[in-house]
Design a protein around this ligand. Structure first.
Ligand SMILES: Nc1ncnc2c1ncn2[C@@H]1O[C@H](COP(=O)(O)OP(=O)(O)OP(=O)(O)O)[C@@H](O)[C@H]1O
Ligand SMILES: O=P(O)(O)OC[C@H]1O[C@](O)(CO)[C@@H](O)[C@@H]1O
Length: 545
């Protein structure tokens, strides 16, 4: 054919194709903008409704009223979902349990010689896929006058996945203080992503939030082989830090490494940061699932039964209490052993360690004021105990006694206040008191196990919990949930919206609750909690109610 005819025809055909592609792209981008705009409006409407409910009445139920459960007045704390925020799912198959050897053999037998791609289903069916409306009732205590109850989204594998494992890149970061079980969570997140879902790229961010931008701290590639044995050690394989949260550096990291799933392990401070990252990702229309995993030996993250690491820390504290008891019993005259335990604003570690040891005569926590002398004084109580049994054991939480020592103005890199030296103060006061009121002086031995209770490996209970947390975190993010955290509530795994979790964290022990009464019954110390103030909200210790 004549070139003078062919060339213009080919050119106009090309122009038509390019035009069609451009038109299609324009239409798609217009559709996406409308989708995001609608999702943004919906989200703003939900947030405004939440804020309004909070403004009026603190007791007003928060969440969405469920009309299809068998109990009246159940309000679900919904968790944000990337689908509802305008991001369509990139995965077409259904969620299979890919971990099984049998499934792999079946697959290869059916299709010999073919590589199994990560995005192909394969695997066996889950016995229990969780529907979006399944919930766990929060307030299992009901009685006359109960008005409504909160419920949490039940955690677990979902039928539909938001992310295609083949194109998923996950990142894990550990922030704040060390805690037994950090390595268990890192390992199980890696293994679940890899084996259950077929995600091939998992990055470990080093040194907490600062690791997102510190050029010296390149991320670590996490594979099942790399993390195979880390759960036997305390600490964190990735390193951690306080302070150093920077949004721009974090976002740049997510973009550079094409991260679409971020797992953030830390306490309430870390969760506040995680939610900011989630908000920024939404503002920038980044299809990134952000999930927090609550960690802290202090057990001060609200709503969950307990945070991982708490049980191991309480267990590790036992040997310090036993040491103090031995020293107190064997050192005459008037042996007194003092153990100081971590717990910045909450005395959960101290009270649980004291109750479980059964060896403690005086337990002092930040939630209950310390009275030194007089009818309710802890010093005359100690002297009585020494007279009765020849020795006494004291457990004091590091944050106790601010009313005596004054509040420190110094803070750490994250803005947490530094604490005055309550252990040494008590040691001096006991010495002075016995000097004045007893024929013979007190022999005081001060034990500060300090970081030993939190740098140890996780015990069996925490290891099991970490495994459940990590698996459910991955199930949640793979399904498209975001801006959420995972935890046990009434011994069931749930997904919690981070803003609600942060709103009342750090929680403290209820000084008028049953936990404190159990402590009093065991130590027989005078109760210095004072009467309950009018209108004071009951806050309860979650494990023992
Ligand atoms: N409001 C906040 N916004 C953004 N980042 C925060 C916020 N609060 C704390 N962070 C960051 O979170 C990280 C951990 O905070 P923090 O040191 O207070 O520990 P935590 O998560 O509360 O745990 P821990 O129980 O060990 O104290 C730090 O890097 C800190 O900078
Ligand atoms: O000395 P660091 O590592 O800053 O942390 C100490 C604090 O961290 C905690 O262990 C909580 O992670 C507190 O109990 C304690 O006050």
């Amino acid at each position: 054919m004549d070139r003078s005819v062919v060339v213009p025809v080919a050119l106009s055909a090309c122009a038509a194709i390019v035009g069609t592609i451009l038109t299609h792209k324009l239409v798609e981008s217009h559709k996406a903008s409308r989708r995001f705009a609608r999702a943004k409006e919906d989200r703003e409407r939900r947030q405004a409704a939440k804020a309004k409910a909070k403004e009026g009445d603190d007791d007003a139920p928060k969440g969405t009223l469920l009309d299809d459960v068998g109990i009246p007045n159940v309000y679900l704390w919904e968790v944000e979902h990337l689908g509802a925020l305008g991001f369509p799912s990139s995965f077409k198959g259904t969620n299979k349990m890919r971990n099984s050897e049998i499934a792999y053999t079946e697959y290869t037998a059916d299709s010999p010689g073919r590589e199994r791609s990560a995005s192909q289903g394969g695997g066996s069916d889950y016995n229990k896929l969780i529907s979006d409306r399944e919930c766990i009732i929060a307030d299992i205590r009901q009685g006359p006058g109960s008005r409504s109850t909160r419920a949490y989204v039940r955690a677990g594998p979902r039928e539909h996945l938001h992310f295609d494992p083949a194109t998923t890149v996950a990142a894990i970061v550990t922030c704040g203080g060390l805690c037994p079980g950090l390595n268990n969570v890192i390992r199980e997140l890696t293994n679940t992503l890899h084996y259950l879902y077929g995600v091939k790229k998992v990055l470990g961010v080093r040194g907490g939030y600062a690791g997102f931008y510190n050029p010296e701290w390149e991320p670590i590639v996490l594979t099942p082989e790399a993390v195979a044995n880390i759960h036997h050690d305390g600490g964190t394989f990735l390193g951690s830090s306080r302070g150093g949260f920077k949004m721009d550096g974090t976002i740049a990291f997510l973009e550079k490494h094409k991260i679409n799933q971020l797992f953030v392990i830390g306490g309430d401070g870390t969760h506040r940061g995680a939610f900011k990252i989630h908000e920024e990702c939404m503002a920038r229309k980044m299809n990134v699932g952000v999930c927090g995993i609550p960690k802290t030996i202090d057990n001060d993250v609200d709503h969950i039964d307990r945070s991982f690491g708490f049980s191991s820390a309480v267990q590790a504290a036992q040997s310090a209490i036993r040491t103090a008891k031995t020293e107190a019993m064997c050192n005459l005259p008037n042996g007194i052993g003092i153990v100081k335990l971590m717990g910045r604003s909450a005395g959960f570690v101290a009270v649980h360690a004291a109750m479980s040891s059964g060896d403690v005569d005086l337990c002092l926590v930040p939630e209950v004021p310390i009275v030194l002398e007089g009818e309710k004084g802890c010093l005359p109580h100690l002297m009585r105990r020494v007279k009765e049994q020849g020795y006494a054991v004291v457990v004091v939480a590091e944050g106790a006694g601010e009313e005596l020592l004054g509040e420190s103005t110094e803070v750490d890199a994250s803005g947490n206040k530094k604490l005055p030296k309550i252990g040494e103060f008590l040691k001096d006061k006991i010495g002075e008191y016995f000097g004045k009121h007893s024929k013979e002086p007190a022999t005081v031995k001060y034990v500060d196990p300090s970081y030993m209770i939190r740098s140890c490996p996780a015990n069996a209970a925490d290891s099991l919990y970490c495994m459940q947390l990590a698996q459910n975190a991955v199930h949640g993010v793979m399904a498209g949930y975001t801006g959420f955290s995972v935890g046990l509530c009434n011994n069931r795994m749930v997904l919690l919206p981070i803003p609600e979790l942060c709103e009342t964290s750090p929680r403290t022990m209820d000084s008028h609750g049953r936990t404190w009464e159990r402590v009093l019954s065991i130590t027989r110390q005078p109760n210095t909690a004072g009467p309950k103030k009018k209108g004071e909200k009951a806050k309860y210790a979650p494990m023992l109610r």
